[in-house]
Design a protein around this ligand. Structure first.
Ligand SMILES: Cc1cc2nc3c(=O)[nH]c(=O)nc-3n(C[C@H](O)[C@H](O)[C@H](O)COP(=O)(O)OP(=O)(O)OC[C@H]3O[C@@H](n4cnc5c(N)ncnc54)[C@H](O)[C@@H]3O)c2cc1C
Length: 418
């Protein structure tokens, strides 16, 4: 498409929301300028070399499900579908206390078996426990996940790990409305929507590098190390963006998209009360020899009754995720790595010496996705007329995810009135 140089779009933030906005804007032929405060793109979804271990790692283990159509559409646009592998819709668990394995198969036939064959069910559950799912067809906007699920025998083995995995928020705090929307897009729709997407190598190779290549090919280079410091608003429009290195005057026909994290948005619009509670995600990466890696058998393993939540088995390392980990923020990294490693040894039923590891603490991985915080976000309105918002937190009633951020960037462009 020929570029419409009369209409400039200024995008602030080059995480997935900003990249998605930039790519969609280029697809529509707009002239695009992207500014990013750090020296890299990807924000909370990035990969980097760990020089000590000599391997490349992701900051976090991101799970994407086949229901996430905006994710897949972006991969098609940037030609990275071949970098994705699709895993069966089956989740494998190990209970650290009971030393028991089980798996939850979400394929269509397996779900029927799950209900009618007690050997296929989650250990300790009865048919009655699966009726809890029906409560999620209609939920109240104030409901919390635990209020609907607490009495179920699969609270610890299903509702807790899934709520933490999807919303990085404990069921006691998590909005049932958000989880209900996820269930309606995945489990309730059937097997086709529950396959697990993982990058063959890492998220950089699947999402970030191909996005940058796409933009470079369209002659759009991101301006890295440009931090937005101030905005000037005149006549209900952003008149200028003041970066540490440059001032951008915004002409009457131009448009601005903020693809900032929630805290970043809050700095420029202090009149809005934004959620103050955020949840940490910890990832502990352990470099391991092939002889130990092959003991894991499955690529993704959920742990129950443990500090660790998920083990991801990669080519040269394993990576363990602990969600909603604010209580571990102050614990030294070495200590966390040892605690988690002890659980890995229980899982493998083998005492193995802890060697090379790296702990990544993402302190503000997501805001606490509670009904109260969701209401605060919904109250944000009356923005300058030439400003749109993107970012995982802007998608009301959806969790803060890769899908949400990609969708938000796309929607910010689709809604442009010019
Ligand atoms: C450890 C971890 C695990 C996760 N697991 C999953 C998962 O399993 N599945 C899933 O789907 N999602 C997961 N997520 C969530 C997912 O990573 C995020 O929802 C998504 O990356 C957010 O993208 P974004 O573009 O909205 O925000 P960000 O990635 O935060 O991007 C915002 C960008 O704006 C830049 N910026 C900030 N302030 C300024 C400024 N003043 N001027 C210029 N630039 C600025 C930032 O540097 C950043 O690059 C996880 C997140 C983390 C941290």
């Amino acid at each position: 498409m020929e570029e419409d140089i009369t209409k400039k779009i200024y995008i602030v933030g080059a995480g997935l929301a900003g990249l998605s906005a930039a790519i969609n804007a280029k697809e529509r032929g707009f002239s695009v300028n992207v500014f990013e405060s750090t020296s890299f793109a990807g924000g909370r979804c990035r990969s980097f070399p760990d020089n000590k271990m000599g391997i490349e790692i992701d900051n976090g283990n991101h799970i994407v499900l086949s229901a996430n159509e905006n994710f897949y559409e972006l991969c098609r646009l940037i030609n990275s579908q071949n970098t994705i592998k699709t895993l069966n819709p089956s989740f494998n668990f190990f209970d650290i206390k009971k030393k028991k394995f089980w798996s939850l198969d979400l394929s269509n036939r397996a779900i029927i078996k799950l209900i009618f064959n007690k050997n296929k069910r989650i250990p300790g559950s009865t048919i009655k426990d699966y009726l809890t799912f029906l409560k999620f067809f209609i939920v109240n906007k104030n409901d919390k996940v635990s209020e609907l699920t607490r009495k179920s025998n699969i609270y610890k083995s299903f509702w807790e790990p899934f709520t933490l995995g999807i919303m990085n928020t404990s069921p006691e705090e998590a909005s049932a409305k958000i989880l209900s929307n996820v269930l309606k897009k995945t489990l309730f729709k059937g097997e086709k929507f529950c396959h697990i997407y993982q990058p063959k190598i890492n998220w950089n190779k699947t999402l970030i590098e191909p996005s940058l290549n796409f933009l470079n090919n369209k002659k759009t280079r991101i301006k890295f190390n440009y931090t937005l410091k101030k905005i000037v608003i005149e006549n209900k429009k952003i008149a200028s963006l003041i970066f540490d290195k440059k001032v951008c005057e915004i002409n009457p026909g131009d448009h601005v998209i903020f693809a900032l994290p929630l805290t970043g948005f809050g700095k420029f619009f202090p009149e809005y009360q934004i959620p103050s509670k955020f949840n940490t995600i910890l990832n502990i990466h352990y470099k391991l020899p092939e002889s130990i890696l092959k003991l894991f058998k499955k690529e993704i393993i959920g742990l129950i009754n443990s500090l660790s939540h998920w083990i991801f088995v990669k080519d040269k390392h394993i990576s363990v995720t602990v969600s909603d980990a604010n209580n571990l923020q102050q614990i030294p990294s070495d200590e966390i790595a040892k605690l988690v490693w002890n659980e890995i040894c229980v899982f493998l039923d083998k005492k193995i010496l802890l060697k090379e590891f790296r702990v990544i603490k993402e302190k503000k991985a997501t805001y606490t996705q509670s009904p109260e915080n969701n209401f605060l976000i919904k109250k944000i309105s009356k923005l300058p007329t030439n400003l749109s918002l993107a970012g995982d937190w802007t998608q009301n009633d959806l969790p803060c995810t890769i899908e949400g951020s990609i969708l938000s960037g796309k929607k910010a462009v689709e809604l442009l009135k010019f």
